[in-house]
Design a protein around this ligand. Sequence first.
Ligand code: ATP
Ligand code: MG
Length: 459
Amino acid sequence: MSHALIVDDDSDTAEMLAELVASQGFTASTARTMRDARRQLATSAPDVVFLDLVLPDGKGTELFNDKAALADTEVVLITGHASLETSIEALRLGATDYLIKPVSPGQVQGILARVMRPGQLQAEISDLRVELDRSGRFGDMWGGSPSMKRVYEQVSRVAATAVTVLIQGESGTGKELVAQTIHSLSRRRSRPFLAINCGAISPHLMESEIFGHEKGSFTGANRQHLGFFERAHGGTLFLDEVTEMPPDLQVKLLRVLETGTFNRVGSTETQRADVRVLGATNRVPERAVVDGKLREDLLYRLNVFPIRLPPLRERREDIALLADHFLAEICKEEGKEKRLSKSAYERMNEYDWPGNVRELRNVVQRAYVMASGATISDEWLELQAGRSSAGNAESILSVRIGTTLADVERDLVFATLEHFEGHKERTAAALGVSLKTLYNRLKEYGGEGNQPPKERRAA
Ligand SMILES: Nc1ncnc2c1ncn2[C@@H]1O[C@H](COP(=O)(O)OP(=O)(O)OP(=O)(O)O)[C@@H](O)[C@H]1O
Ligand SMILES: [Mg+2]
């Protein structure tokens, strides 16, 4: 039988939780102090610990300092709305979930249903890592470049927790696939994974789509409708293009993330959500805040754990592997083997892939259909003209993080000037400044101002 330890100095909460846990078939014991909690952790090795963060002889988070004691135990925080910040910190430290006071039986049931020894998911993740070293894939995600390995590490660390994740990356980089992978490596995997594209739903229907509505709550609402939050109960909700959500809805989303509650449109009855939220955007989220598209407080809540997906052109070593993977899939579907020629690999390697992995998959699919023989040569690759990196390498300026704005500005001015072969009118026009401003800048940078010092040249 599974065992739960409840650590809370408030005896009413502790007793109530103990009863709820027992009604779910667990054995339960309680501790009122950190000292007692440590002792019981050592002697009874509970499957799950419900942990209050403020205890008479210390902070609950101190338990995380002793990794060995918690190695095979789930930690669920008991938290009030006021201490949500601390809870987020604790989730970062390794807690897997949290109960928001007042604790309801439904919340406890949901969490206990998901309790499994952390070892189980960890073992699966270890298997995926072995497979990654062998074949360059992590589950359904292909690519063994260092930057993708970092993504897999982040996914592995965050999947088992209840943390909100914001996935950022250009279109077609695999944001939804990352979200699905997180879900499939989480305790919620036997429950639904639902995706909403906030950019594709009309803004005035979005609230009822997300939160549901009551019969008669607006013209055309002929019957009650369950929204995504209710349909994803116990599972994961993926909010794609989250910056496209109207501001008033962003406030409501923030409320669910902070209190775990929401209302259906046209209802005063509060619903409780048991849903993990993952968000995605192809914008730079901080920029979306500056542009007024995303509320800052919502970004802060969503971005507890950010994952950035690198564009394909920044991980060229994955191109051939992905192409082979997609080709193998198509060959299997079509029942006819074809392979890519050397020239095809070469052209794919030089190309910039503005549409990222999705574009690569489509290009391979088309080329498979078009090529009549068993070898797919580069002539069948339909790539957008002018997007080959070989052709425009000199018009890209790389900037190392940590460079000052002043230096970036200076580098950009000189690189643009070089690009236009010293033509100042065109340089000023491209930079969007007046000719006079350009002359002033060049004077500031020193010398006659046509050439940058050697070490500052654009990469
Ligand atoms: N690493 C990968 N390995 C295998 N397939 C991938 C990988 N990354 C993306 N894909 C595939 O590429 C397509 C696009 O991926 P996905 O829909 O996840 O991208 P996205 O970032 O959500 O794009 P958008 O911003 O346009 O919604 C999907 O078919 C997905 O399965
Ligand atoms: Mg997507």
